[in-house]
Design a protein around this ligand. Sequence first.
Ligand code: DP6
Length: 355
Amino acid sequence: MAVYIATTSAPVNIACIKYWGKRDTKLILPTNSSLSVTLDQDHLRSTTTSRADPTFEKDRLWLNGIEEEIKSGGRMATCIAELKRLRKELVEDKDASAPALSTFAVHIASYNNFPTAAGLASSASGFAALTASLAALYKLPSTPTDLSLIARQGSGSACRSLLGGFVAWNVGTLESGADSLAVQVAPETHWPDIHALICVVSDTKKGTSSTSGMQRTVDTSPLLQHRIKHVVPQRMEDISAAILARDFDRFAEITMADSNQFHAVALDTSPPIFYMNDVSRSIIAVIEEYNRVAQLPENGGKRKAAYTYDAGPNAVIYAPSANIKEIISLIVRYFPQQETFKDPFGLFGTAGVGA
Ligand code: DP6
C-alpha cells in the first residue's frame, strides 16, 4: 500500500517595512506592502509533516505534539482546502493515473524549534511550513510565489517565509487577492554579511494579538492612513534600492524609521496599543547612541546597526557581521542577562560573555 507523506520546514522572517492592517480580513489582503528578511539558520524554524491516507476520517493537526482543533471556515481549514483544490486542478485533473489525494483527509504535525510564546513570529514560519509541506505531499508544480497566495490566507506575514533572502509582499490591487503575493527582492547570497541578533526582552505572551491589534488600528488611526498613502510606497522603493546596492547605512535608516512608525500607529490606535516596554526603549537608546558615534566623520560617517520591533517587546538588531561582537558586548553590558550568553558563534573565544 502506498504511503503519502512529506516533511518540509520554513524559517521565521522579520519585517523591515511592517505589515500592519488588512483591507480584506478573510482573504488577508494588506493595507500596504511590506518587506522582510527571512532568517536563514536552523534556530528559528517550523517543521511540518503531512500525511494523506484514505483511511483517515478527518483532517487533524498537532502543534508541538498537542492536537489543535481545525475550525471550519478558519485560516487553517482555508489553507488545507486551497491546497486540496490545487491538487485536484493542477495534478489529478491533468493526469488520470495520479492518486486522488485531494479526496483523502490529511494528518499534519508541526514543530517549532523555538518557544512559541517567545514573541517570535511562529505563525509566519508555521503557515509557511504547512503550505510547503502539503504542496510537497500533493506534488504541486507551483512556485514559492504561487504558494505565497495560500500561506498569506493562514497568516499575512507567512507569505514572506516561503522565499529566502529579502522578500517583498506586494499590496496588490485585485479584489481576488491574486496579485497580493510575495516576491524575492534579492537572495540571501546577495548580502550574506547581514546578521540578525534577537534580544528576547520578555518571553511572556503578548497582550494584544497582531490580528486584533491591526484591525483596531485600521478602524481608528488617522496616522495609519497617512502611512499607507504617503510613507510606505516610497520606503518600499528606497529599501529595495538599498538592499540591491548593499547600502547598510540606508537600510538601517529606513528599517528603524519604519519600526518606529509602526509603533507610532499602534499608539495612535484607540484604545492605544503598547508593544514595547522600558527595556525595548532602552535598547533603542543604546543603538541610537552607537550609531551616533559611528556616524561621526572620524568613525566613517555611517550607521552600524538597525533595531526593529514587531508586535511585542523583543528587539531584532540587524548588523553587518563585523559589528556583531561589539553589539553583543554592548547589550550584555547594559542589560544584565538571565542566563550566561552562550556565544554560539565563538565570538568571544572560549570565555564567552556572562552577566
Ligand atoms: C508586526 O502576520 O501575525 O509582525 O495576518 O493577522 O496573522 P495576521 O498577522 P501577522 O502580523 C504580523 C505583524 C508584524 C509585522 C510584519 O511581520 O510585517
